[in-house]
Design a binder for this molecule. Structure first.
Ligand SMILES: [Zn+2]
Length: 112
């Protein structure tokens, strides 16, 4: 997607504070953090919605959750964290490339 900011970050056309990258996901710091630690985990494949899931994307998301869980300590999330996937207008999804917000580093109020 030519005009997708996350695809541009993945392609290295826009700088980001990357904390992890492999062949299928990238994790970087959110530019407008709402928690002490606020990371965005973005699959490199461009799709926007869970309604666009298929078996391959389900496998990808499953592996992604496994990676986040196994990396929690090195990401500074030993004391707990929250994952958020915003979907659509009412949820405030501003970038239409599926991404997982990773929030932690401090006690999180519900609904943050
Ligand atoms: Zn994209």
């Amino acid at each position: 997607m030519n005009d997708c900011i996350f695809c541009k970050i993945i392609a290295g056309e826009i700088p980001s504070a990357k904390v992890y990258e492999d062949d299928e996901i990238v994790i970087f710091k959110d530019i407008s953090p709402v928690a002490k630690i606020h990371l965005l985990c973005v699959p490199k494949e461009h799709f926007a919605y869970l309604s666009e899931m298929n078996a391959a994307r389900a496998d990808l998301l499953g592996r992604t959750l496994e990676k986040i869980g196994k990396m929690k300590d090195r990401l500074g999330l030993s004391e707990g964290y929250r994952l958020v996937i915003n979907q659509g207008e009412n949820a405030g999804q501003t970038v239409h490339h599926l991404h997982i917000h990773i929030l932690g580093g401090e006690p999180l109020p519900w609904g943050k």
